[in-house]
Design a protein around this ligand. Structure first.
Ligand code: C2O
Ligand code: CU
Ligand code: CU
Length: 512
């Protein structure tokens, strides 16, 4: 089976002429435009703020007896079981139209999991989609066999299922997510809808008295394009990085949200393939950043805007008590990042905001929540002096794609062997050429030691699992590879998913 990269080079990727010759992995393109871009000329225009922000449903456990053959544990750790089906669905995204999406459980985005720290869950994922898939829980401290790390031997075959075990034994609770991770096809599969939220709760977060319940809302930013028939259209030849022309939040085009004049916690996720965002409020008012990829910060960080690269998460608290409730009180959550190519963002332009969500401040509501001066007290510390090795990885443009240390990803080649229970520093460099690479490392949350020699501030000072290598950047990160259950093969890669699919990825094994 040729790789995606080889097919693109040959100029035949996505061609229906390949049907029947290349097996099921390529047949999926025939479901859509059967060619380069199907005559795509721009998505149908949709008026913003016509629909309410969708809130994905929260999954509830199922009895173990309903999952024949599911793993059973005798270690005294509590386990909750869930069942999910990957399936196509017709969903209304554009007004009055049905769009075919790929889903977990029939909805895009998929349902939300709300596990608790140190309480294991098992999810049976049944694949009723027309192609093999892999499910990855992004940010989790997950056993290798359940990590969904783009290895072909981890694929769920069409019609089959796989039981994913999540120990949830990270150091702290965090705002995580899950998405498809099929080797060479992640970009297409995520674009078609395969992503959802994984909110790892903890007692220490609950004890903070932050806005919670209906005042704790996740916002997933994704850009999409639609053809004249209102169907999602993905261009498999555009491997620089997919950019859509329509902004969705939680699967709806620029929705509105009715809020009260109080504090809200918003968990913001950039679920886009290649688009960067710069998030701010139309009022220009500051807000508090309270969390990064891997959990709450040690202390809140006040700002008026922040950058959100693909796969990054930032949790914020916005206080609407500064606005008088009323039918005309609208506050917009804006994106001011200009981006015209998959290469990376062009820059921030505050004079050209794209509203992502309109908050309608309509209600007078009491507010007992607080943003304490000290947030997460359970954060780990990693000592640079304890590091047993400094590894170097160079992310460079090469051979019409991007490589790590001059090599494309080979699932059978181990690029780094990490010893269990050791601390390592990784130095990651961007070869430049104008390319931005949001780098993601599986298995462990880490800290950024420095970016071009400068220690991080704000959300970059918290636990991270994705960080941007701007053109020419050199970033050092540190983590400790604890967790005897988490042995085996993992990956790290660019989370511009098109770069990932072109195999800008490496494999590391955690070994005894
Ligand atoms: Cu969010 Cu390896 O992925
Ligand atoms: Cu991941
Ligand atoms: Cu990249």
């Amino acid at each position: 089976m040729p790789t995606r990269r080889e097919l693109i080079k040959a100029g035949i990727y996505g061609s229906t002429a390949l049907l029947g010759l290349t097996g099921p992995r390529l047949d999926i393109w025939a479901l859509k435009d059967g060619g380069s871009n199907g005559g795509f000329g721009g998505s149908p225009r949709v008026a913003p703020f016509q629909v309410d922000l969708p809130i994905p449903t929260v999954k509830t456990p199922v009895p173990l007896a309903s999952l024949p053959g599911a793993p059973v544990f005798n270690d005294g750790q509590p386990t909750d079981y869930y069942s999910s089906t990957e399936q196509v669905a017709l969903q209304q995204i554009l007004p009055g139209q049905k769009t075919l999406v790929w889903t977990y459980d029939g909805t895009y985005p998929g349902p939300t999991y709300t596990p608790r720290l140190n309480r294991r869950i098992v999810i049976r994922q049944t694949n009723h989609l027309p192609a093999n898939t892999v499910v990855h829980q992004h940010g989790g401290h997950t056993q290798a066999a359940s990590d969904g790390s783009a290895f072909p031997d981890e694929e769920i075959p069409v019609g089959g299922f796989r039981d994913y075990i999540y120990d949830n034994d990270s150091d702290v609770g965090a705002f995580l997510w899950y998405h498809d991770h099929t080797l060479d096809f992640t970009g297409h599969n995520v674009f078609m809808g395969l992503s959802g939220l994984f909110l790892l709760g903890s007692d220490s977060i609950d004890a903070l008295n932050l806005p919670s319940g209906p005042f704790d809302i996740a916002l997933v930013f994704q850009d999409r394009t639609f053809d004249a028939n209102n169907q999602l259209v993905y261009n498999p030849f555009d491997h620089d990085g997919f950019l859509g022309d329509t902004f969705l939040v939680n699967g709806a085009v620029q929705p509105r949200l009715r809020v009260g004049n109080r504090k809200y916690k918003f968990r913001t996720l950039n679920g886009s393939n290649a688009r960067f965002y710069e998030i701010s409020l139309s009022s220009g008012r500051p807000f508090q950043i309270i969390g990064s990829d891997g959990g709450c910060l040690r202390a809140p960080f006040e700002t008026t805007s922040y950058r959100l690269a693909p796969a990054e998460r930032v949790e914020i608290v916005v206080d609407f008590s500064f606005y008088a409730p009323g039918p005309n009180t609208h506050v917009f959550l804006n994106n001011t990042m200009i981006q015209t190519s998959g290469r990376g963002p062009d820059g921030v332009d505050p004079t050209q905001p794209t509203p992502l969500v309109r908050f309608d401040v309509l209600d007078s509501v009491a507010d007992n929540s607080t943003v304490p001066a000290i947030l997460e007290t359970g954060l780990p510390t990693f000592n640079p002096a304890a590091s047993v090795i400094t590894r170097e990885f160079d992310f460079v443009r090469s051979q019409g794609a991007w490589q790590v240390n001059n090599r494309f990803f080979d699932p059978n080649r181990v690029d780094a062997k990490v010893k269990l229970n050791t601390t390592e520093i990784w130095k990651l460099k961007n070869g430049g050429g104008g390319w931005f690479h949001p780098i993601h490392i599986h298995r462990n949350e880490f800290y950024i030691l420095d970016r071009n020699g400068i220690p991080p501030v704000g959300p970059e000072a918290g636990l991270k699992d994705v960080f941007v290598l701007n053109p020419g950047d050199e970033v050092r990160v540190i983590t400790s590879y604890t967790g005897a259950k988490q042995l085996g093969k993992y990956v790290f890669h660019c989370h511009n998913i098109e770069h990932e699919d072109m195999r800008m990825m490496g494999r590391f094994d955690v070994v005894l």
